[in-house]
Design a protein around this ligand. Structure first.
Ligand code: FVH
Length: 292
């Protein structure tokens, strides 16, 4: 399957096309704003004027657009063209949207592999990049040689929602780090400290904390929480100081208050002498996962 059509030529879609062209693939591209296809065309991709033309061009169609409703909007233009197609959706979405899209395309005779890209566009094609996949195993197996043009392909299983759940979880870890850093920046700037001066030290602290994650993961999985060196009660006190101290510096504590509330709930639940791993059960089971 050396022919492939790519829908969506934003930062990520364009990077996917460049990697395919470098690997010698025949690539047809379509983008809602047609002018954006020019850069890919100048690299050797064939430009399709319509969704139908792009779908006709290849047995495999890749989607990398803003969100899943946009994918659906594209496909709804030509549902009759989907019969027999292998679709790969690399668009960020929710687990329910993955299930809904899969049901919709399968009912129209196509097969769907869902993907979660774990890197930024400039890392596509590099050895350390990986993309997680779930859904139709046959699509994963028959398109394997093209998936490796982009990143290490990791197949999670046939349940279509798996890639979306992993995607959102990995992004949560990333946004948690970014939001902490943004709060730190506001606090330090309130005192006139340049971020460039302190960021190397912040990065060293974060790297040290990242080193503790495998141990935290083992505790979360086993539900066994050995006595920690840094307990939740002590950290609750520190978090309360962050919230109060930020307000004193004129900094909105909005990003940190929910973290303090979680730790306070943990202490109230009798988890004060344990490690952060013991707080995870307080975060789930609030509602049943939805099935569509
Ligand atoms: N860029 C990144 O760092 C991350 C890395 C991890 C994966 N994400 C996801 O990839 C999807 C695309 O992201 P992107 O970076 O390419 O996004 P943009 O550069 O903003 O391009 C958006 C493209 O989506 C098209 N589009 C938007 N709405 C529609 C629609 N209703 N119908 C058809 N196409 C639509 C847009 O078209 P246009 O504005 O040029 O006409 C762009 O092609 C995304 O899910 C990330 O979460 C990227």
């Amino acid at each position: 399957m050396s022919h492939i059509s790519v829908f969506g030529l934003g930062a990520m879609g364009s990077a996917l096309v460049t990697a395919l062209l470098r690997a010698g693939r025949d690539v047809t591209v379509w983008n809602r704003t047609a002018e954006r296809a020019e850069a890919c065309a100048s690299q050797g991709a064939r430009r399709a004027d319509t969704v139908a033309e792009a779908l006709d061009a290849s047995p495999v169609a890749v989607f990398c657009v803003l969100d899943d409703p946009a994918v659906r909007e594209i496909l709804e233009q030509v549902p009759e063209k989907l019969v027999g197609k292998h679709l790969i959706n690399l668009t960020n979405g929710t687990p329910a949207q993955s299930v809904e899209l899969s049901d919709w395309v399968v009912a129209r005779g196509a097969r769907l592999l869902d993907g979660a890209i774990l890197v930024t566009p400039e890392m596509i094609g590099h050895a350390e990049a990986s993309i997680l996949y779930s859904g139709d195993r046959g699509v994963f197996e028959t398109t394997g040689s093209l998936l490796t043009c982009w990143a290490e392909p990791v197949y999670l299983g046939e349940e279509i929602r798996l890639a979306a759940v992993h995607d959102l979880a990995f992004l949560s870890a990333m946004f948690g780090m970014f939001s902490g850093y943004l709060h730190a920046a506001a606090l330090l700037r309130s005192q006139g400290t340049p971020m460039t001066a302190v960021t190397p030290r912040i990065a060293r602290l974060l790297e040290a904390m990242i080193g503790t994650l495998p141990e935290t993961a083992a505790q979360i999985d086993s539900g066994h929480y050995p006595p920690p060196t840094s307990n939740n009660r002590m950290m609750t006190s520190g978090l309360a100081n962050i919230v109060a101290g930020s307000a004193q510096q004129g900094v909105r504590p909005d990003l940190m208050r929910p973290v303090l509330e979680l730790f306070e709930r943990g202490v109230e639940a009798g988890l004060g002498e344990l490690d952060i791993s013991a707080l995870v059960p307080l975060l789930y089971g609030v509602t049943q996962p939805s099935t569509n």
